[in-house]
Design a protein around this ligand. Structure first.
Ligand SMILES: Nc1nc2c(ncn2[C@@H]2O[C@H](COP(=O)(O)OP(=O)(O)OP(=O)(O)O)[C@@H](O)[C@H]2O)c(=O)[nH]1
Ligand SMILES: [Mg+2]
Length: 305
């Protein structure tokens, strides 16, 4: 990617994280006069209100404090905070690589409205731009208009959609999509699933069934089982994850709506508590507004003005 393109990504990420960053920078300004107990307390407050969570916050504050033992101006505080956040997020980054087996299968799951369908279209566009041929499977046959939504988004990104009637068996949709992908030489099948509350047992079992359909056809589970989480829900998303994990065995996270929230720090407890990497972050409704999660870049966009 050229410098110009990177510049644009950087600007978009910065813009997306503006609300979370405003809080953090406020506390950095206060720290200009030296990072005494009051300023440290303020930094702690700010991290907590950015939804970094008690455990992550304590780790970060301790690290900032340690590295500030000598110098004390705001730039150093900024650098120390950046370094602390980076080390906390270091293990959270995993670049998506299209697996070698064809077709690859990518399953997107999550609670209602988390951004699954939009993310499926965004990822399809990314893959297509990278030269791959993605196919979409409309396995949300449950919500009214979900199929039309995916078909419309598929049209926007120029990617074919396999769909059945509303109310059809999601497993059958996935089955047909995989067969079609094989015959027509598609590289990847992206499966959009119905939003479901983790408390709805039958719907969770249906996800397990979708996974088994893929296993039967491809001889392996879906290559990625991604939980799409809405950042505005913050740390509460952690409790959503357990049953999804149980149902499909998650391989990673996509964190959406980071542009609409001051709680962008929630990515820290999310990835730590779930021990899952973040593959992408959604930073807007537009179909280009998805970025690969890069810890360093993300932290810079959080901390630097
Ligand atoms: N601001 C912002 N909005 C987003 C982002 N991702 C998705 N949305 C919006 O969130 C809303 C819900 O998105 P969908 O993709 O329909 O969510 P879903 O998880 O498929 O919803 P259900 O199928 O009903 O469970 C839409 O208005 C999207 O435009 C994002 O990264 N930023
Ligand atoms: Mg949807």
């Amino acid at each position: 990617m050229g410098d110009t393109a990177r510049g644009t990504v950087w600007e978009r990420l910065k813009q997306g994280l503006a609300r979370t960053r405003d809080g953090i920078r406020g506390s950095l300004q206060e720290a200009k006069g030296g990072l005494g107990p009051a300023a440290l307390e303020r930094l702690e407050e700010v991290l907590l209100s950015a939804d970094v969570g008690p455990e992550g916050t304590a780790a970060i504050v301790a690290q900032v404090q340690a590295s500030l033992a000598k110098a004390r101006d705001a730039d150093t505080v900024e650098a120390a905070l950046e370094a602390a956040l980076c080390s906390v997020l270091a293990g959270a980054e995993r670049a998506f690589v299209l697996p070698p087996s064809r077709p690859a299968a990518l399953l997107f799951v999550g609670v209602n409205g988390s951004g699954k369908t939009t993310t499926v279209a965004k990822v399809a566009r990314l893959l297509a731009r990278g030269g791959a041929r993605p196919l979409l499977a409309a396995a949300d046959t449950f919500r009214a208009a979900a199929i039309e939504q995916l078909v419309a988004l598929g049209g926007e990104v120029g990617v074919e959609v396999v769909a059945h009637r509303p109310g059809a068996d999601p497993g059958a949709v996935v089955h047909d999509a995989l067969e079609h992908a094989r015959t027509a030489g598609y590289d990847a099948v992206l499966v959009d699933t119905a939003g479901r509350l983790q408390t709805k047992r039958p719907l969770m079992e249906e996800l397990g069934k979708v996974r088994r359909v893929v296993e039967r056809l491809l001889g392996r589970p879906p290559d990625e089982r991604l939980l799409v989480v809405d950042a505005t829900v913050g740390q509460n998303a952690i409790s959503q994850a357990a049953l999804f994990h149980e149902a499909v065995g998650l391989t990673g996270l996509v964190v959406t709506k980071l542009d609409g929230t001051a709680r962008g720090g929630a990515v820290i407890p999310l990835t730590r508590a779930l021990a899952l990497p973040i593959l992408w972050v959604g930073i807007g409704e537009g179909l280009d507004e998805l970025e690969a999660f890069r810890a360093k870049e993300f932290v810079r966009a959080l901390v630097r003005g």
